[in-house]
Design a protein around this ligand. Structure first.
Ligand code: ADP
Ligand code: ZN
Length: 210
């Protein structure tokens, strides 16, 4: 099953995708995670995109598409995958259709107020990238990653100014993808506002009906 997870920043795409991928045994491909890893390792790509990502803008389509295309050459994608945070523009979606055939798109819906609350409380493991939230996805020990013991930090693009910009960028560039995929007949809406376990369950029900 080849799936796209769509939705505004903070809709829970990453959290839900990591659980579903674990259950289905397919890779979770997050462009945000791939970019953050490149920044952490200060690769050529990482140096190019650091400023853009910290301000909440989108990385240019050409760089993003090349990154995903390369990732999809890995043999682990044979049984399918979830694309989390890609495509984010119509241009990216058009490019994707040239090298992948997507079975379905899950669109996670959530209000702007909830987005702001969620992003402001979000924490990230500095070491492995696992995501947490101070109210809803708490680690066993405060400030420490359950998976690797790494330190939990606030992402630079979760600062209030960057959050505002990311929402504006979402409405301008990414929201049009809802209609794009609805017209192709492969869009499925899932309410992203309940607690994580409930959204995972709704998403699994939706996927099993595809
Ligand atoms: P969120 O979904 O919480 O906004 P992500 O981790 O998916 O966060 O993405 C973080 C940042 O990485 C984005 O704000 C953007 O700068 C960059 N990025 C991720 N995916 C893409 C993409 N498909 N196209 C352009 N930029 C992207
Ligand atoms: Zn960790």
């Amino acid at each position: 099953m080849k799936l796209i997870f769509l939705g505004p920043p903070g809709a829970g795409k990453g959290t839900i995708a990591s659980k579903i991928c674990e259950n289905l045994g397919i890779p979770h491909i997050s462009t945000g995670d791939l970019f953050r890893k490149a920044i952490k390792n200060q690769t050529e790509l990482g140096k190019k995109v650091q400023q853009i990502i910290e301000s909440g803008d989108l990385v240019p389509d050409a760089l993003t598409v090349a990154l995903v295309k390369e990732r999809l050459n890995n043999p682990d994608v044979e049984k399918g995958y979830i694309l989390d945070g890609f495509p984010r523009t119509i241009g990216q979606a058009d490019s994707l259709s040239e090298f992948s055939s997507i079975d379905a798109v899950i669109n996670f819906t959530i209000t702007d107020d909830q987005v702001i609350k969620r992003l402001a409380g979000r924490r990230l493991c500095k070491n492995c990238g696992a995501g947490y939230h101070v109210d809803t996805v708490k680690p066993k020990e405060e400030g420490i990653c359950d998976k690797c013991g790494g330190e939990l930090i606030i992402r630079p693009d979760d600062a209030p100014e960057a959050i505002k910009n990311r929402l504006a960028v979402y409405y301008e560039s990414t929201e049009p993808l809802i209609d794009y995929y609805r017209q192709k007949g492969i869009l499925n809406d899932v309410d992203g506002s309940p607690e994580v376990a409930a959204v995972v369950k709704d998403t699994e029900t939706t996927i099993s009906a595809i």
